[in-house]
Write a protein that binds this ligand. Sequence first.
Ligand code: ZN
Length: 601
Amino acid sequence: MPVPKEIFDRIRERVDIVEVVGRYVTLRRAGNGMVGLCPFHQEKTPSFNVVPHKRMFYCFGCGEGGDAIRFVAKLRGISYTEAARELGNEVGIRVEERELSPEEQKRVRARQGLHETMEEAASFYRAVLMVRPEGSPGREYLKKRGITAATVERFRLGYAPSGWTPCLDHLQAKGFTPDTLQRAGLARPSDRGGYDVFRERVMFPILDGQDRVVSFGGRLVAEASADPGGESKAPKYLNGPETDVYSKSSVLFGLTQARSAIQRNDRVLLVEGYFDVISLSQAGFEETVATCGTALTPTHAELVRRLCHNAVALFDADEAGQRAAVRSLPIFADTGIEVLRLQIEGAKDPDEFIQKNGAEAFSKSLERAVPLMEAVIRWTAERFGSTPGGRQRAVEQLGPLIARFPEVARASWTRRVADLFSLPEAAVARQVRSGGAQPVRAADETPASSLSAAPLSREIRHLFWLLVHHGDMAVPRVSLVDPELVSNRLDVRDAVGALLSGSDVARIVAELPQGDLKRLLCEVSAQDGLYEETRVEAAIRHVLAALEEARIRELLAQIHQELSACEPTGDKARSDDLNRRRYALDQRWHEIKAIRRGATS
Ligand SMILES: [Zn+2]
């Protein structure tokens, strides 16, 4: 649901970025802004800047930057809109409430109803576990597994008692309708008005990015139980269904509790089960999360990427675990997260390992974790053997995986595979290249976006600095220049255009996708005095001339090429047109030469 941009503008204007950042970072005054230790990377000397008059922050150490909303989103691992909503609440600006059609309002109300239902159900399960007589099987079960009261508290564990309708009765007494309970996945319909889905189970509330209960996982405490649906045995683990507020592919169990530890340790431990998360967390490995009965998705990886750079995957040792590990590899490679794999020895899962061997032994085994890619290379080698045909197939399989890595990592994995299979490196490199070195472009991307790969030059940086800090002088001059002569990158031209039309840099940054341009704009905003006031005028002329000169050279080369392509076909109109453009560019070239001589004297 799109939020009107003006809402974000108003929030940026209303909140005090120094105050918001100051809640998490100790800032001291420096020049026109404030500096402190960056909360997003480990550092001993401050490189984290807040620029109050630009309403932005930027870290020269790790490149993180943006407005107050971005700061809160990044720190708490929530979306931009979610962070805007939180900050908006503080300053009395409602995000999203305006401009909703009656239909949308109805959906919002329905989602709110689901959130309230889940919250109330969590309270009910929790009360049963903590104090009610019918909660004793749950209490005993958790005691047997060595789960402490503090852990129960931390993960808000609960217990779904036996009987057909205790949860249903409780929630209906609170005014929730059977229909809502069914949509929430807590009840199933029956002739007599429905029955509870979760019975005789320890309940694990699953929270979304805003720490709201959106679903439950339930672990049966007895080994078998009757089911009115007719099955003689109920499954050991039961996961809540997807609903209007819950999508398995975008929620990680334990992330709320793990968030700050993940940032602190710059690492996440990925496991498969609820009890793995809880045991590891209780043993001091608080940075542990699990997917909820589903394979890892790019959305999961993105949730983690916002918080850290390293992951350790603890998939089960069986073949399913191996397959899951292989599937997750390209997902991690795409996000740039460094992923290790830890094989648990002598236990079926991390929970059992901790119970048997304790935290210290686990810590030691963590040191033995190997890069997941290395593990995949070894499995592949084992599977296909060392015959020429086997090696061929192995390298064909590994090529596309290696191709997903950034350049340096790609080169070293290529070499590793060549070594292991005793093949020439060039042969492996060919498989890597043919194996899809180019990620498939989304259909809606314009072809011009391939140009965005061109690096941002020093001149572009200076140009942005001048526009941001000395707009009054720079805007009138830059407005006269043909945008095509500023940069071949569309995103750069758009950003320049937005600054020329008076847009706030904080807003431009907020709307840019992650990437070098966003980073550059943040950096430039946080940078003091690139030129002295008196040099600004000359600097503008100089930078524009340098930019234009470089572009004109590029364009002339292009025209030259096209002209020689015209000759054999004799396309007269086309070559006339090209010659006219060449003439104009030549003229401009001479003008610029004159300007540059003037600017540097
Ligand atoms: Zn930083």
